[in-house]
Design a protein around this ligand. Structure first.
Ligand code: PNS
Length: 166
């Protein structure tokens, strides 16, 4: 019987409040590198989010529907514990600018200390999205600015419904 290729699993963790085209670019490239990618929406009960975990998951699911080896899930608690449960080999994070670097390296080193077998892989964001963040998108939308090219189509609609000045 021919040997089955090993399907390495990677986790793309984040708040995804909401998912942006920058996130999607990183997820799409992670899906080229790994056999299976789990977009893991952090529930983070104590944190203020615009969208509920269920809403954030639904938007991510719709945005990733064309990526066959990508699934969307949610997690609470430590991301490395979740990664262990999912038998993942890596956490994949996007790096936009030097401003991301310090916090991301700190988290990567702490996660390495907690779970040495799980690697953090950084993908440098596409230059088109280097300026993009969920917070900025929310701010622009709340002030009536155009966000159509910054987030997946369904997300723009949902954001506008929740945030646009009437
Ligand atoms: O999209 P964000 O807000 O930058 O995502 C941050 C996230 C959710 C990936 C990070 O806060 C996280 O991993 N939270 C889970 C709790 C945890 O494991 N904390 C220790 C990290 S060293």
């Amino acid at each position: 019987m021919p040997e089955q290729p090993i399907q390495h699993i990677a986790i793309c963790p984040g708040s995804f409040d909401p998912i942006t085209n920058g996130h999607l670019d990183v997820i799409r490239r992670a899906a080229e590198l790994f056999g299976r990618v789990v977009v893991a929406v952090a529930e983070e009960a104590g944190k203020q989010h615009l969208f509920t975990a269920a809403e954030r998951m639904e938007m991510a699911r719709t945005a990733c529907v064309h990526l066959a080896n990508v699934e969307v899930d949610s997690f609470s608690g430590l991301v490395v514990e979740y990664a262990r449960r999912r038998q993942a080999v890596a956490l994949v994070k996007g790096l936009r600018a030097i401003s991301d670097f310090e916090r991301e390296v700190q988290m990567a080193l702490m996660n390495r200390r907690l779970a040495g077998a799980i690697h953090t892989v950084f993908l440098v964001t596409h230059p088109d999205y280097a300026f993009l963040s969920s917070s900025l998108v929310k701010e622009i939308c709340s002030m009536g600015g155009q966000i159509d090219e910054l987030v997946p189509p369904g997300v723009a609609k949902q954001l506008c419904e929740r945030l646009s000045p009437r």
